[in-house]
Design a protein around this ligand. Structure first.
Ligand code: SF4
Length: 73
């Protein structure tokens, strides 16, 4: 499963990080949600590949995001 975060629309609520800290973190400088380094696609902050064991949690995070900026495919 792939994930894309529309970072510029993130409101930094921290919900995705609370639900799945193995995949999401808040940027140190801008406090916007981003993919943790080890799961990034081509080093991009806003795109990542989800390992099977984290799919459920990442989907939950996407569902719970108040501004629905976490997209999965
Ligand atoms: S749940 Fe959504 S709004 Fe909240 S930090 Fe994560 S991406 Fe940003």
């Amino acid at each position: 499963m792939k994930v894309r975060i529309i970072r510029e629309e993130c409101v930094s609520c921290g919900t995705c990080v609370d639900i799945c800290p193995e995949f999401f973190e808040l940027g140190k400088k801008d406090a916007l949600s981003q993919v943790v380094e080890r799961h990034r696609a081509d080093g991009k902050l806003d795109e990542g590949t989800v390992p099977p064991e984290l799919e459920e949690a990442v989907k939950d995070a996407a569902d719970m995001c108040p501004v629905q900026v976490i997209h999965t495919e």
